[in-house]
Design a protein. Sequence first.
Length: 132
Amino acid sequence: LDNRRWPSLYCVSWSRMLTDHGFSNEFVGLSVLFFGVPLALASPVAGRILDRRPAIPVGVKALGTIGLLLPLYAFVVRAVVILGGAIVEGIAEAFLITAIHTTAARRAQPGEIGAVHGLLEAAGMSAAAVAS
């Protein structure tokens, strides 16, 4: 799973929001599963698609999808909406993360792709640490 987001957002806010709405810890775990499995399964597909398409427009569409889903979690408190949203968000996150890494790789100078990805991950972990 995407380590930049899980430690700060989902492990704290997500479980707290769901339990505050009356869902059990088991449901919290199920919702994480409904997010994580599509994320893992869609990532290779996203990579193959982004090999043939410009990454930035795909990433913007994925980010837009996620942005439209997030308010639903707070205001439409139904299990089917939360689990369905988690599936869609997992797929969108796969495309967003892959688009970010594809853009970084395409814009990096030859011989610096690994350093660019390392810097990208370090920035994400720093942001997660600050947000927690």
